[in-house]
Ligand binder design. Structure first.
Ligand code: PBG
Length: 330
């Protein structure tokens, strides 16, 4: 063969040819938008460790939902910041039909009926100890917690949630939630399971946003390593995914994003269920901080990261950058 017979640069020579051979592209359809809801009125509070991101009261949530819808963003993932006086060790407030989450679901559905509403199902925002389950004698109880998560899911579905999204990592919760929904006739409510959720150090800013970090008390585990996955493990992610699918998950998720793209690809190659990736708060904060320092270019780095997540095999991405990205996609 004469040198150089094949020149790969022919396919990179102009923006036009690059656009024709591009394998991965982003669109508004790819995104789930996480939203933080607080009690009160007229509140849009900045979160210091998440520049450009806000906690919203219900009236501001309505404005934001309409705004997102007009931008072509069609799915939200709701989280609530629960006042201290409503927190306990049982998750009682989580199943209050007039609780903040339930009101937030109704608010979004009222103003944007076609917006897909997904809801966080886990006890940490409701827990005096900042854990995703009921704490007893220094342990996070599994089966007792799962019962509350199932009730919580039913309560969200009754309020109008399209999908419940359990982020707690208790064993067996997908099956119990599916059974509870079916028993109530809520057959159309989907489950997006955080299947491979790692005990990551990237969740810090999110815990600031919701004031939900594990508390520093004797007999309360300081971290979530007894239920979230060890970042060193890969095969275990597949085991979690297979079990969740068997138990009835409609969508599975890997979280966090960038550090776990090998896991995303493994799962994408192995199962045919839609796969979501959560690009988490710490990933957002890192880029915002570097940009503030003038060390990285915001838009280019953001798009590169989101493209990498999609290229790895994500069918949808939960990202705090969703609006920034969609503005650029034009
Ligand atoms: C807890 C939950 C967390 C996140 C989503 N749900 C934090 C945690 O597990 O401690 C993190 C999301 C983010 O960092 O953006 N159920």
């Amino acid at each position: 063969m004469m040198y150089p017979f094949q020149r790969n640069r022919r396919l990179r020579g102009s923006a036009t040819i690059r656009s024709l051979v591009r394998e991965t592209s982003l669109s508004p359809d790819d995104f789930l938008v996480p939203l933080f809801v607080v009690e009160g009125k007229g509140i849009k509070e900045g979160i210091p460790s998440m520049p450009g991101y806000f906690r919203l009261s219900l009236d501001e949530l309505e404005k934001e939902a309409k705004n997102l819808w007009n931008m072509g963003l069609k799915a939200v993932l709701l989280f609530v910041k629960v006042p201290e006086n409503l927190k306990d060790n049982s998750g009682k407030e989580a199943i209050n039909p007039n609780g903040l989450m339930q009101l937030a679901i109704k608010k979004v559905k009222d103003c944007c009926p076609d917006m897909l509403v997904m809801t966080d199902v886990a006890l940490d925002p409701y827990s005096v100890y900042g854990h995703d389950g009921i704490v007893e004698n220094g342990r996070i109880l599994n089966d007792e917690t799962v019962e509350v998560l199932a009730e919580m899911s039913v309560s969200h579905a009754i309020a109008g949630a399209d999908f419940v999204a359990p982020s707690d990592m208790m064993d067996g919760r997908i099956l119990m939630i599916r059974e509870a929904l079916e028993e109530e006739g809520l057959t159309q409510t989907g489950i997006m399971s955080y299947s491979a959720k790692y005990a990551s150090a990237f969740y810090g800013p999110f815990r600031d946003a919701l004031d939900s970090a594990p508390v520093n008390k004797a007999h309360v585990p300081k971290d979530k390593k007894s239920y979230q996955m060890d970042p060193a493990n890969r095969l275990e992610a597949l085991r979690e995914v297979h079990m969740d699918i068997e138990e009835g998950a409609d969508i599975i998720m890997v979280k966090p994003g960038l550090c776990y793209l090998d896991i995303v690809r493994d799962i994408r190659n192995e199962v045919d269920v839609p796969l979501a990736v959560y690009q988490v708060s710490g990933e957002y904060a890192m880029l915002k901080a570097a940009v503030e320092k003038g060390w990285l270019e915001h838009d280019a780095v953001m798009l590169e990261q989101l493209t990498a997540i999609k290229r790895a095999g994500a069918n949808m991405i939960a990202s705090y950058f969703a609006k920034d990205a969609v503005r650029l996609l034009g």
